[in-house]
Design a protein around this ligand. Structure first.
Ligand code: FAD
Ligand code: NAD
Ligand code: ISD
Length: 434
């Protein structure tokens, strides 16, 4: 079969795929030059909405409301947008085979495409408790969340729940956001995670104590320091009880699991150099193969600010890395080079009436401001991370857009501090002087 030739191919129609399309259009794209393949049935959308407004009991977000690029204030790219720009958007089409010598890709439908330049944007998938061989992990009533299909199943389970308690497994992003959404839907939530505090990859115990108390105040039962050892099923194969390592158990017919993600490297795995679990790329997101770029969750890129290399599973980086790769590709065609990617890490979450943002690197000593010890208060508070007298990271709960910009500036500029007292007393005022 003759291969279908395309100047550019993007594999993955998620956040990075959608932002790459916009950047190609912005920089000049001829009809027929670009094909985007996505396993999903929906055109690229802002994935963060799935663990937030999509699950709200009132006026939930639904497509086409959150197609990219609305999450960053851009135009909403409906399927017609791709057609109007002459972009072939092949939905429900998986790339199952790649040949980097001949620059070809094979779809699950048997079509063969040949690319000039390939951008890989395949994202991640959730870790499944069945992979850890947790007994009963195949029971009905256990949900995971990555895409719209998963979110729809959770919406149906919320509708069908009849006063039973739910268990949320994991104290990371999915755990935090799903515990809040289920509670908003009047479902009693038990949250189980192995660490001593919530969101351990970012929060210190002191910082976490605020969120833990807030969640408990909303009725969430937090069970820390233990894991699920097994799920019991009823005669219909539906989960009925969650057994924990600490010897206790929770009767529950509704379980949501968020125990981390794994980057999807297939079908290029083994054909391109890897580093730290992702495809190794340079500062323009070019992989070890000069015709192949990798962006978003799957890319391990040079973190210029910190002199190391990292893989980042967050939306801001997915958007920016996609734009950087397309700019680099277009520049190379003119014999030019783009500035190196110089990423300032940015993580955020929203749940209940809470909204926090973090910028920079969470290394060194954490200095909390705006709260007296562990006394829970809904007033504004934050934290700075200080290493070798430099402020490396900044966190703010409840900040306005302008205030969040201030803490981003601190993390970017890494000001020197002589004493942490000035951070505690200055709080946000310290940031406003930078
Ligand atoms: P994705 O957006 O996952 O897109 C990858 C796409 O590629 C998918 O459509 C997938 O089906 C497709 N694909 C994979 N393999 C193939 C193949 N072989 N052929 C064809 N198509 C393929 N980050 C934040 O910073 N803030 C948040 O609030 C936030 N909320 C989130 C909420 C949820 C529920 C989830 C799951 C993630 C959230 N994230 C958030 C993380 C963020 O969404 C991801 O980091 C981001 O989507 C990564 O973009 P990506 O394009 O690399 O991957
Ligand atoms: P995560 O890495 O944020 O959290 C995983 C959590 O799982 C850990 O904190 C730990 O508490 C828990 N855990 C690990 N092993 C466990 C076990 N055996 N039993 C019980 N708990 C266990 O991952 P996630 O929350 O699953 O999120 C998945 C992906 O989605 C990530 O890429 C994340 O960045 C992304 N996401 C991001 C946001 C956001 O940025 N606001 C929101 C939702 C999802
Ligand atoms: O970045 C985001 C985010 O947190 C969302 O919920 O993008 C989405 C959009 O705002 C949805 O419209």
């Amino acid at each position: 079969m003759a291969a279908i030739l395309r100047k550019y191919i993007v594999v993955g129609g998620g956040v990075a795929g959608g932002y790459a399309a916009r950047e190609f259009v912005k920089l000049g794209l001829q009809p027929g030059e670009l094909t985007i393949f996505s396993k999903e049935a929906a055109a690229p959308y802002e994935r963060p909405a799935l663990s937030k407004a999509y699950l709200f009991p009132d006026a939930p977000a639904r497509l086409p409301g959150f197609h990219v690029c609305v999450g960053s204030g851009g135009e909403k790219q409906l399927p017609d947008w791709y057609a109007e720009k002459g972009i072939e958007l092949k939905l429900e089409t998986e790339i199952v085979k790649a040949d980097v010598e001949n620059k070809t890709l094979t779809t699950n439908k048997g079509d063969i495409y040949e690319y000039g330049t390939l951008i890989l944007a395949t994202g991640s998938t959730f870790l499944n408790l069945a992979d850890f061989k947790t007994p009963g992990a195949d029971a009905k009533g256990i949900y995971y969340l990555r895409d719209i299909g998963d979110a729809d199943k959770i919406v149906e389970a919320i509708k069908a729940s009849k006063g039973d308690e739910a268990v949320v497994v994991g104290g990371g992003y999915i755990g935090l956001e799903l515990a809040a959404c289920l509670t908003m839907n009047k479902i009693k939530v038990n949250m189980v995670f192995p660490e001593p505090c919530l969101m351990p990859r970012l929060f210190t115990p002191e910082l976490a104590s605020f969120y833990e108390r807030y969640y408990e105040g909303k009725g969430v039962n937090i069970i820390k320091g233990t894991t699920v050892t097994a799920f019991e099923k009823d005669d219909n194969g539906h989960v009925s009880k969650v057994l924990l390592k600490n010897g206790s158990s929770v009767n529950s017919t509704f379980v949501v699991v968020g125990v981390g993600a794994r980057p999807l490297l297939a079908p290029l795995k083994g054909l391109i150099e890897e580093e730290k679990g992702g495809f190794k790329v340079d500062a323009s997101f070019k992989t070890s193969n000069p015709n192949v770029y990798a962006v978003g969750d799957i890319a391990t890129f040079p973190m210029k600010m910190y002199g190391d290399s990292r893989r980042v599973e967050h939306v801001d980086h997915a958007r920016k890395s996609a734009m950087q790769a397309v700019q680099a590709i277009k520049a190379a065609e003119k014999g030019e080079v783009v500035d190196e990617y110089d990423y300032l890490p940015f993580f955020y979450s929203r749940s209940f009436n809470l909204s926090w943002q973090f910028y920079g690197d969470n290394v060194g000593e954490t200095v909390l401001w705006g709260r007296n010890g562990a006394a829970a208060s809904e007033s504004k508070f934050g934290a700075y991370w200080v290493k070798d007298n430099k402020v490396m990271g900044a966190f703010l709960e409840g900040g306005s857009p302008d205030e969040n910009k201030l803490i981003a500036k601190v993390a970017r500029e890494q000001p020197t501090v002589n004493s942490t007292d000035e951070l505690v007393s200055g709080g946000l005022g310290f940031a406003s002087k930078i």
